[in-house]
Design a protein around this ligand. Structure first.
Ligand code: GTP
Length: 432
């Protein structure tokens, strides 16, 4: 063994040189092999008003026809309910699961689409179904984690990133945007993007971006901000800084291939005044978004979800249930405490279920009452109609009776009148 040499910066760390080969230099390779075998999973939530290009962007981002844009599913399935409960937001959460493979690396991708966001008349609580979805995914994870018999790998359905589509108005953020982002920013990695940015000019985009950032700052809304790259080398640091500094990304989506004059085939949108290339950084921030979500920060997004956002949610939830965390996070395993946690979680879940059932029951009862009232009114009007008919018939019969009576009186009179003597008839002559 060679003499230990203390590392300059930290006197507690002693660096030692090995005499021969041990093998832990292969650890990254082991990890790499294991990850490839297991595959990766990523859960991406997309939220934005109708028609802002969400489905188009998903297809563009993963270079796959995840959504059939000709028979746009969400448009077909969803219609704003204006007959019943039209004041409450009717949002449907659709999850699209798909497996994507690139160079033998598998990605299990889940796109969570919030169909109908911003479409109802009263927008005050339009965030509620979406926040409930995020929470319920945290709850399922927490439940699986606190089980006494845990399976070796827990299915991670937590939302790793939320893409929020902002309408390219060029003004400031709308109350709907602010309300929504305020509700979710502490639960998800929020990535705001300016949708359909091809309708704005270069300077309008820059102005709009700074107004958005200012609004977010004024409202104390936190957006995704990775920390780990601070320890990277200078080049990576600069590249990552460049990616992050472009948020909110000005996005254009399209899957159409266009042939340029120089013969190149590019994905883009063609206009009378020219062509917008999706994969050209001079034209839009699509590449930056793809780098952030897929190439550079996918693991960071998952890490932050797990270590920061979920941990916050978890400790708040347990604290609300009266389970206080010790100062040291890694306290010793206490089976009784675990069992209690699990029991409390179960009880909370039951109470929640009971509440939901009560609400459903009340809704059903009021619906039935409404139906009964309608039937009652229907019966009443039918009864009235029949009564009127009968009264009419009685009246007619009485009139007929009167007529008959007067007729019979006339006949009586005729019978009792003295008979007039008949004139004598001359006897008929018989023919021979
Ligand atoms: P919903 O599911 O109904 O909410 O719609 P969506 O948000 O998924 O929008 P979708 O992708 O269906 O696009 C709606 C329309 O906008 C289509 O006609 C698209 O071709 C068009 N579109 C999509 N992206 C862009 C874009 O970046 N710029 C422009 N100008 N149009 C776009």
């Amino acid at each position: 063994t060679q003499a230990a040499t203390p590392v300059d910066s930290d006197p507690k760390i002693i660096r030692r040189k090995l005499n021969g080969y041990v093998g832990f230099a292969n650890l990254p390779k082991q990890w790499h092999r294991k990850s490839i075998r297991r595959g990766f999973n990523f859960n991406l939530m997309v939220v934005g008003e109708k028609g802002l290009g969400k489905s188009t962007l998903m297809n563009t981002l993963f270079n796959k026809d995840l959504y059939d844009l000709n028979t746009h599913e969400s448009q077909m399935k969803f219609d704003v309910d204006i007959t019943e409960d039209s004041l409450t937001p009717s949002i449907r959460i659709d999850t699209l699961n798909t497996e994507i493979e690139e160079n033998n690396v598998k990605l299990n991708l889940s796109i969570i689409d919030c169909v109908g966001f911003g479409s109802s008349i009263d927008l005050t609580n339009s965030w509620k179904p979406i926040v409930d979805e995020i929470d319920s995914r945290f709850d399922s994870f927490l439940e699986a984690e606190t089980k006494i018999n845990r399976s070796s790998s827990i299915q991670d359905n937590r939302i790793h990133a939320l893409l929020y589509f902002i309408e390219p108005t060029g003004h400031c953020l709308k109350p709907l945007d602010i309300n929504f982002m305020k509700q979710v920013h502490e639960k998800v990695n929020l990535i705001p993007i300016v949708a359909k940015s091809d309708i704005l000019t270069e300077t309008e985009i820059q102005d709009f971006k700074s107004k958005i950032l200012q609004d977010l700052n004024n409202q104390n809304i936190k957006i995704f901000n990775p920390i780990s790259y601070e320890n990277d080398d200078e080049e990576t640091k600069m590249m990552n800084h460049d990616i992050i500094s472009k948020i909110p990304y000005a996005i254009v989506g399209s899957n159409n291939l266009i042939k340029l004059n120089d013969g190149r085939l590019v994905r883009g949108r063609s206009y009378p005044w020219g062509i917008i290339e999706i994969d050209n950084e001079q034209h839009c921030d699509f590449i930056k978004l793809r780098q952030l979500l897929i190439r550079n920060f996918m693991e960071e997004l998952k890490d932050l979800t797990s270590k920061k956002l979920y941990e916050n949610y978890r400790s708040n939830k347990l604290a609300k249930m009266g389970i206080l965390q010790d100062d040291s996070v890694f306290k010793e395993f206490d089976p009784i405490l675990k069992q209690e946690e699990e029991k409390k979680l179960h009880e909370a879940k039951l109470a929640n279920l009971e509440n939901q059932m009560k609400q459903i029951f009340q809704q059903k009862v009021s619906r039935e009452e409404k139906k009964l009232q309608e039937t009652e009114a229907d019966l009443f009007s039918k009864h009235k109609e029949m009564r009127d008919k009968l009264l009419k018939q009685i009246k007619m019969l009485e009139e007929k009776k009167k007529e008959l009576e007067s007729n019979s009186k006339l006949i009586d009179q005729q019978i009792h009148q003295p008979q007039q003597p008949q004139p004598m008839q001359s006897p008929q002559l018989q023919q021979p």
